[in-house]
Design a protein. Structure first.
Length: 337
C-alpha cells in the first residue's frame, strides 16, 4: 500500500450519512490508530464483494461489565463520514463487537476471557448466549481477535493521519493479510475459510448483517454482547454472561444498552475441613455477590440461615469461603445476589 492515501476513497453520492452530526464528537486526528490488548473492538465489512473494512476501538472491554442496567452509550468513534468513506451506505453491512484477554483480566486471575456479540433474529428477543469454552479454545479465538487490533495499528501506521485514520477508527483495505502483521478485520474473521467464525476457532458467527433495503426500512438491528470467562469442563459449557446489546440504526448511529445483571447460580465444587475451619469451594459468575449460609439445624427455614464467613464477589472462577465453628455437624448453602 505504501505510505500514501491509496487505501481510502471518497464518494459523491446523494446518500451521504449525515445524521450523526448532532450527536457525535469526532475523534481526535492527532495520531494514527491505537489498540490495547483487552479493548472491545467493532468491525464492519460489506456482506459480499467489499473493498474496505472499518475497525473501531470502543475502549477497554472491562468498561462494559459493570454498567447500571439501562445505561445507553453512543459509540462516538463511529461517524457517518467513516461509514460513507468505507461503504457509502448502511445496506448489506456485516458487523460485530469482540474483545479478548488471555491473562490478568480483569482482576489478575481470569485467563481465556472473550467478549463476543451474537445477532438477534428478532429485534426485541435476546439471542441464545454463547457457551463458555476451555482456555485453550478461547486463546485460539483470542489470537484471531488480537490480530485485528494489531493489524489495524500496523496498517494505520503506514497511512497519513486523517479522518479515516484516527486514534480509535480506521478504514482499511479488506484484502490486507500479510506475514508482516497487516491483517484486516475480514481476513482474521474468515482466515482461509468461507465462514465468519474466526478462522474456524470459534463456536459460531458473531456478526449481525443489515438487509439490502436497510436504509429505507427504518428498522434498526441488534446484536447481544456476551462475556465469556473460560470454563475448563469438557462435558458442559454453561452460558456466557449477558452484558447488553448493540443497536445499529439506519442512519449509522451505533449504541450500547446495558442489561440488568443477574448473578450466575453457584455450584458447590468441594468441602474441606481442617480443625474447626470448614471451607466451601464453589463456582461463580462474572458478577454478583456470593455468600455462605450455615446452620446446625437442617429443619430451620432457609430464610433464617445466617451468613457465615465473608462474602466474595463473582469473578467467573471457583472461589471459597471459610467458616470457623466447633459444631460437630453443620449444613451450608451458597447464596448469589
Amino acid at each position: 500500500m505504501g505510505k500514501n492515501n491509496s487505501a481510502f476513497k471518497t464518494f459523491n453520492t446523494a446518500k451521504l450519512l449525515v445524521a450523526l452530526a448532532a450527536t457525535v464528537t469526532f475523534a481526535s486526528q492527532s495520531e494514527a490508530f491505537i489498540y490495547n490488548y483487552g479493548d472491545l473492538m467493532i468491525g464492519f465489512r460489506q456482506s459480499a464483494g467489499g473493498t474496505y473494512d472499518l475497525v473501531i476501538d470502543a475502549g477497554p472491554a472491562a468498561n462494559y461489565t459493570n454498567l447500571t442496567a439501562g445505561t445507553k452509550i453512543t459509540i462516538t468513534a463511529l461517524t457517518g463520514a467513516l461509514l460513507n468513506d468505507a461503504f457509502s451506505t448502511t445496506n448489506d453491512l456485516s458487523w460485530s463487537a469482540f474483545g479478548a484477554f488471555d491473562g490478568n483480566y480483569p482482576d489478575g486471575t481470569q485467563d481465556g476471557t472473550l467478549f463476543m456479540t451474537r445477532a438477534r433474529a428478532d429485534l426485541n428477543t435476546q439471542s441464545t448466549p454463547w457457551g463458555r469454552q476451555k482456555t485453550t479454545q478461547d486463546d485460539l479465538t483470542g489470537s484471531q481477535i488480537d490480530g485485528v487490533g494489531v493489524g489495524a495499528v500496523d496498517i494505520g501506521g503506514d497511512l497519513p493521519v486523517n479522518s479515516d485514520n484516527t486514534s480509535n477508527a480506521l478504514v482499511e483495505l479488506e484484502s490486507w493479510n500479510t506475514d508482516g502483521g497487516k491483517a484486516s478485520y475480514r481476513s482474521e474473521l474468515f482466515g482461509f475459510g468461507s465462514v465468519a467464525n474466526w478462522a474456524g476457532k470459534f463456536q459460531g458467527v458473531p456478526e449481525q448483517t443489515t438487509s439490502d433495503t436497510f436504509t429505507d426500512d427504518g428498522q434498526p438491528v441488534r446484536a447481544d454482547l456476551y462475556w465469556m470467562v473460560h470454563y475448563e469442563s469438557t462435558i458442559s459449557h454453561p452460558p456466557a454472561a449477558y452484558l447488553g446489546y448493540f443497536e445499529f440504526n439506519t442512519n449509522g448511529v451505533l449504541t450500547f444498552t446495558a442489561a440488568a445483571s443477574s448473578p450466575t447460580q453457584p455450584r458447590v465444587v468441594s468441602v474441606t475441613r481442617t480443625g474447626t475451619t470448614t471451607t466451601v469451594y464453589f463456582t461463580t459468575g462474572p458478577s454478583g455477590t456470593y455468600s455462605l449460609l450455615g446452620t446446625n439445624n437442617l429443619t430451620a427455614p432457609r430464610a433464617t440461615w445466617p451468613v457465615v464467613g465473608s462474602p466474595v464477589s463473582g469473578n467467573g472462577l471457583t472461589n471459597s469461603i471459610s467458616d470457623v465453628t466447633a459444631d460437630g455437624s453443620r449444613f451450608y448453602l451458597i447464596q448469589a445476589q
